[in-house]
Design a protein around this ligand. Sequence first.
Ligand SMILES: Cc1cc2nc3c(=O)[nH]c(=O)nc-3n(C[C@H](O)[C@H](O)[C@H](O)COP(=O)(O)OP(=O)(O)OC[C@H]3O[C@@H](n4cnc5c(N)ncnc54)[C@H](O)[C@@H]3O)c2cc1C
Length: 261
Amino acid sequence: MNIVVCLKQVPGTTDVRIDPETNTLRREGIANVVNPFDTYALEEGVRLRERYDGKVTAVSMGPPQAEEMLREAISLGADEAILLSDRAFAGSDTLATSCALSRAMNKLQEYDLIICGRQTIDGDTGQVGPELAEWLGMPFVAYVSRVGEVTDGHMRVDRMVEDGHEVVEMPLPGVITVVKEINVPRLPSLRGLTRAKKATILIWTAEDLGVDEKMVGLVGSPTTVVKVFFPQRVHQGEMLEGDPESQVDALIETLRESRIA
Ligand SMILES: Cc1cc2nc3c(=O)[nH]c(=O)nc-3n(C[C@H](O)[C@H](O)[C@H](O)COP(=O)(O)OP(=O)(O)OC[C@H]3O[C@@H](n4cnc5c(N)ncnc54)[C@H](O)[C@@H]3O)c2cc1C
């Protein structure tokens, strides 16, 4: 079973600073990490390879420093890694990102399953997985919390829904996004770390993908960040006076009024 796992490098902090001029992230001085949800995607890919043989290919689109993250993916069990990196990809929104990733999948050709994380911790949209499936015209299941048997070109998965689980059977090749409940990612092995050090990370450019440059980067992005801001915290409290009983009455009255308002 050949599996492709999509990983994104994200800032390893929740203390995100935005450049007010450009509305983009200020990355200086911030260490980058693998998007946490993608570590579960990778672990599931490696477990499936251990069950059914084949290989795991880690793919990321990002700046050259994302190569380090892909080495980490190899230390955690990926067999090979590809970085889509080109100035033409800069400023891509989710549609342009998924477009470039889909072209990479077309170039890879031989795969049965693509696994993404459910969302990133920076962009946070959760759009790339489903968009990727749409570009490729493939079946898609979101929020997968368990991968069951793979037989006769079909895979059974559990997906998390609000009040329980759904069991879905999907034909392969297909795309899934996974939740953190799916597994416990392993730590890198010594052998993995040695492999990662020596591994060659393939770099694919827009030209390598044969992608029309109008479909990626800023020009290929139908959405634009108009404004980025932190919500203002309003600290508003009212102290209730009197004995406990009258305080409870006053509280109920206040709640009633706020409901009517
Ligand atoms: C309106 C808008 C405008 C933007 N403009 C810019 C901009 O000008 N400049 C800029 O740098 N960024 C910009 N971004 C961010 C950029 O679009 C996202 O980084 C990218 O599209 C991924 O989206 P996401 O982080 O929401 O991923 P999600 O959809 O939340 O990610 C889901 C999963 O998809 C996979 N995935 C996501 N991104 C990648 C990737 N790059 N490589 C491999 N796998 C991936 C991962 O498995 C991930 O867990 C913009 C985003 C939006 C919404």
